[in-house]
Write a protein that binds this ligand. Structure first.
Ligand code: SAH
Length: 218
């Protein structure tokens, strides 16, 4: 896999477009400049990798569009050395962005085929601070809790209680909530028992589904 000057040029344009759409978090923009998105897409979409669009990644799933990744990552307010849990590994792109921000990333995927591919790709790219799990994200990952940030990259009909419970105090949970359309929510844990809830813009995600799915059953 190559990251050419042409790719870098297209990526720079993607960053400019994100700025124009209102993304102003410099750390997030720098991370998105550093990670070659075309590595996470099928070769067939390489030419389009830096357009602000989602693309199919197999198993009826999609890599989120760059604007959505930037928006959610900015809401998460990641600091270096934060422990971050991602639900919905998909292509591994969002996990690589979190790693580029200096987070220790744990990422869960329910589809075995996607889990295997993302894990192999992140290893090949030398991304070290991401650990991949084939796991149903509804339960979170209690063995490594608490997290400074939790990000759900599938549309959730409800907010799973285990995810709120696995936040550290001052930790943030960024999750798109809703059925057809999802509103981005951010829950900030204020104390053992209190959370602040904020609601942001509307998005459309692939659904957050319960249970795991074996490689051969697409
Ligand atoms: N973050 C991904 C985009 C993921 S699309 C990226 O950067 O490419 C959403 C992903 O969430 C899909 O791969 C889907 O299989 C996964 N998913 C849906 N429900 C899940 C669950 N309960 N647990 C874990 N992963 C889930």
């Amino acid at each position: 896999m190559k990251d050419t000057y042409r790719h870098k040029g297209l990526r720079k344009r993607m960053i400019d477009a994100l700025r124009q759409r209102g993304i102003s978090d410099e750390a997030v923009l720098a991370a998105m400049m550093a990670v070659p998105r075309h590595f996470f897409l099928d070769k067939a979409f390489e030419e389009h990798a830096y357009e602000d669009k989602p693309f199919p990644i197999g198993n009826k799933q999609t890599i989120s569009q760059p604007f959505t990744v930037a928006y959610m990552t900015a809401l998460l307010q990641v600091k270096p050395n934060d422990r971050v849990l991602e639900i919905g590994t998909g292509s591994g792109y969002q996990a690589a962005i979190l790693a580029a921000l200096g987070a220790h990333v744990y990422t869960l995927e329910r589809q075995e085929a996607l889990y295997l591919r993302a894990k192999a790709l992140l290893a090949e790219l030398g991304v070290r601070n991401v650990r991949c799990y084939w796991r149903d994200g509804f339960g979170g990952l209690p063995e490594h809790a608490p997290y400074n940030g939790i990000i759900v990259t599938a549309g959730a009909p409800v907010v799973p209680e285990p995810l709120r419970q696995q936040l550290a105090v001052a930790g943030r949970l960024v999750i798109p909530v809703g059925e057809e359309v999802q509103y981005m929510h951010r829950f900030t844990r204020l104390s053992e028992t209190e959370y602040r809830e904020e609601v942001f813009d509307a998005f459309r995600f692939v659904p957050f589904l319960e249970g795991i799915n074996k490689k051969d059953s697409k």
